[in-house]
Write a new protein. Structure first.
Length: 257
């Protein structure tokens, strides 16, 4: 494998329950690349930044002193990046293999790919049903109303469940729990659109990338995601989700089918 310069960023807000596993599995399993990890803490009150500062001297901790959301948190480090590739990582992710190295190698072999998404599974190994097509009202309604284990036809379409996941394929929407992007593209785009406090900023960024490059699902690397689906249970987060959805559809209304 070639030597790659890769950065990664985790934005945290009261993530003591999962952050240790996220950081340790990333540092332990990332090999063969020059990897630098940043953590941006958005006003945690549970001891997360103190824990990171005390235990991970090789992780650069950024404490902005405010919480302007997921995308804004990731944007805090844009001017620090000089890597070839950059990983956007949730604080509830863990890995069991060299995901960073595999994604870097895949991107190096496919120069037209600007953004890659790995396989994303629950901790027990079951595949997560996550949108891979552009969000549309019918898909979001089907997701909100889903009951039981079996996805509806609309959800199967949204998550492209009938695609051959044994090989890479193009997608319209990459989930923000783990995104792997060319750093120069991320910087050229100015990072995430900060008008989204949380939710839909990942679909928006994917759409921006796809104006000039491919976004691809890469099954050769797997990450594990706790995925609490908090917006279905927390009324405040449900409102945040709704506001972001309205912003997204207003921004892209001319492109909606």
């Amino acid at each position: 494998m070639n030597s790659y310069s890769v950065t990664g960023c985790i934005v945290t807000h009261n993530n003591m329950r999962t952050i240790k596993q996220t950081i340790e599995t990333l540092l332990q399993n990332t090999k063969g690349v020059d990897f630098k990890l940043y953590v941006v803490d958005n006003l945690s009150t549970d001891g997360t930044p103190e824990f990171i500062k005390e235990n991970y001297s090789n992780v650069e901790l950024i404490i902005p002193g405010d919480n302007k959301g997921f995308g804004a948190g990731h944007n805090k480090i844009l001017n620090r990046l000089n890597s070839k590739y950059h990983a956007i990582i949730n604080p509830d992710i863990s890995i069991e293999e060299d995901v960073i190295g595999k994604l870097a190698e895949f991107m190096d072999e496919n120069e037209d790919v600007g953004l890659a998404s790995p396989r994303i599974c629950f901790p027990e190994g079951k595949e997560q049903i996550l949108g891979k097509r552009n969000p549309r009202p019918k898909y979001l309604l089907a997701s909100r109303l889903r009951k039981g284990e079996n996805p509806s036809a609309l959800l199967r379409e949204y998550a492209m469940l009938d695609a051959d996941i044994s090989r890479p394929f193009d997608i319209e929407n990459a989930t923000g729990c783990f995104m792997f992007i060319r750093t120069d593209i991320l910087k050229k785009l100015g990072g995430f659109d900060e008008r989204y406090f949380m939710y839909f900023e990942d679909a928006d960024l994917t759409r921006q990338v796809r104006k000039t490059n491919r976004a691809v699902f890469f099954p050769g690397a797997t990450v594990f995601h706790v995925w609490g689906r908090d917006s279905k249970r927390d009324f405040r987060l449900m409102l945040v989700h709704f506001k972001s959805m309205c912003r997204y559809f207003a921004k892209w209304r001319q492109h909606l089918k």
